[in-house]
Design a protein around this ligand. Sequence first.
Ligand code: CAA
Length: 380
Amino acid sequence: MDFTLTEEQVMIRDAARDFAQAELLPGVIERDEKQEFPTVQVRKMGELGFLGMMVSPDYGGSGLDTVSYALAMEEISKVDASASVVMSVNNSLVCWGLEHYGTEEQKQKYLTRLAKGEIIGAFCLSEPEAGSDATSQKTTAIDKGDHYVLNGTKNWITNGGTADVYLVIAQTDVSKKHHGINALIVEKGMPGFEVGPKEQKLGIRGSDTHSLNFNDVKVPKENRIGEDGFGFKFAMRTLAGGRIGIASQALGIASGAYELAKKYSKERKAFGTEICNHQAIAFKLADMHTQIEAARHLVLKAAWDKDNGNNYDLSGAMAKVYASQVAMDTAIEAVQIHGGNGYVKEYHVERLMRDAKITQIYEGTSEIQKIVISRSILKD
Ligand code: CAA
């Protein structure tokens, strides 16, 4: 078994690390405080190819593998999880979904610009009453021949205000249950489409989360992704890959918090010595390091499964549920190691602790991941 990264993977990881330190770290505290979207930084991420990492160069992407994407996500998330969720949604949900299931016309019209980061995408599945229970969509897309009429509300949509292209999951024929659901490409500015208020969030506060309202929005038929009724499968396939991105984000939050705690423990003195020399602290660091390494193996295995054509539903769900737990646990311990300093903004760990929580909620809660895992292991 070979755990060695390729030269290209190392280069991508290092480039993401350098970018995060040079471009994301300055101002990350202020952006979090003001709930300010990292507009300039996201544009630079697009120029460097971080927003369409796995998309073919034929459509403006970087043509890289999922392992490289996971490595870059970890590095960006160590510093700024608000920027990395923009990256994750654009790469895993929007670009991947369009490249794999979109028509040539849809790819030419939308994917190329999304992959270059010239425009940003959003993925719109969740509703006030349909988050985990994704088949219970209330948003309707009624078939009117050459177009659909879209009505309803979507909630907690990442990139909700900044996106130009929205992949909206909606019910066309309730009698067919999940086989009656479609995925439609909706453009900002289509009449009847309104972006609702921005959510005031606990964490990832630099990211832009909104509700969306659709009032008789006329969406041309050519904007449907896949065959009639493919929308639920589209969402499930897209989310299966998205979970690897969020697992990488959780891993990054954990390793970012750990690195800060380790550094602090070597500088801060108490009882006559650096606090890392006390076993109470050293054992915490040992646990953090071990759990992060285990999470990294799960994340990279899931990414490797995807790159090698293996089923990645199980490995992706295991990576997400475990890495997000490690992110939460590690960030809490990092605050503890920092003591009083951990509770104030300038040491960064309180932000990482707040950011960690969302990784247990979005793109399928930990409970949903356990449904996916248990169904998979019990089916044979
Ligand atoms: N791949 C392909 N098809 C799948 C699938 C998968 N991973 N999982 C389910 N399906 C298919 C099934 O095969 C079935 O199709 P058939 O009837 O044709 O066989 C159909 O979907 C229904 O399957 P289930 O009966 O298993 O569906 P269920 O209602 O029991 O739900 C679930 C399964 C796993 C719980 C699913 O509803 C789920 O993943 N829920 C969570 C949704 C989610 O992640 N929401 C987060 C919102 S997006 C977000 O957070 C983005 C962001 O902004 C950051």
